[in-house]
Design a protein around this ligand. Structure first.
Ligand code: DER
Length: 227
């Protein structure tokens, strides 16, 4: 589809930012998968990089393509992280977590010197919030988290398992994802602070002040956006 072509284009543009010797954070989702596939080809052609993936799915893809992988260890930092987003605004504030990987994504991207977001044209929005905000939630705490998020106006929904709506989705950490429908989020920083006060929410999908640049397809061309 056109959107797939845009994802491939954004991924190809991001690959040009990669240099020999880099330690890379590898994102999750369909746009990141395009980047990992193209990175794999470059590694086959001699590019010398190592990476750590933000999900078991991305890790399996990277391993299959021969990208050397690094196990988590103390002091490990990344030169560049490349990842998609569900929404981004003009200040490069992000909603992430559509792929259920937001905890590992935020962890590795916080440990990266440079987060580069790659996005098709549908992701850039004037105000965050049309896409429901994902939370990673510890199972035992779910009822109280749902009450607290509802009180904030978040209309929370427990994400069902892919292909089986009668069971809940589980993350790589065996937690649940709660998708919250706040509507337009006028003050993402304030909402992030409020969510961080709710016990049981391991992480939320507002990525604020993390992305240093974004490659977004606009008019069929990859455009580099900075905050
Ligand atoms: O889960 C995530 O944060 C992914 O990066 C997601 O937000 C983007 O997925 P997509 O590239 O498949 O749209």
């Amino acid at each position: 589809t056109l959107q797939d072509q845009e994802k491939q284009l954004a991924a190809a543009a991001a690959l040009r930012w990669v240099r020999d010797g880099m330690l890379l954070g590898l994102g999750t989702g369909s746009t990141s998968a395009q980047f990992i596939i193209q990175l794999g080809a470059a590694v086959q052609n001699g590019l010398k990089v190592q990476g750590t993936a933000t999900s078991l799915a991305s890790e399996a893809l990277a391993r299959q393509l021969g990208i050397p992988l690094l196990e988590p260890r103390r002091g490990l930092r990344f030169d560049l992280a490349v990842d998609g987003a569900d929404e981004l605004d003009h200040q490069l504030r992000l909603i992430k977590g559509g792929g259920g990987a937001l905890l590992r994504e935020k962890t590795l991207e916080t440990a990266s010197d440079y987060l580069l977001v790659i996005a098709d044209s549908s992701k850039l929005v004037p105000t965050l919030g049309r896409f429901p905000l994902p939370l990673e939630v510890v199972p035992f705490t779910l009822p109280w988290v749902l009450d607290a998020v509802a009180k904030l106006g978040g209309a929370p929904v427990v994400r069902p398992a892919v292909g089986d709506p009668s069971t809940p989705y589980f993350t790589d950490q065996r937690n649940h994802i709660v998708d919250c429908h706040f509507g337009q989020i006028a003050d993402p920083e304030q909402l992030a602070r409020q969510l961080e006060q709710i016990p049981g929410i391991v992480e939320h999908g507002l990525f604020l002040g993390l992305a240093k640049a974004a490659i977004v397809i606009q008019g069929g061309q990859p455009m580099v956006l900075k905050p």
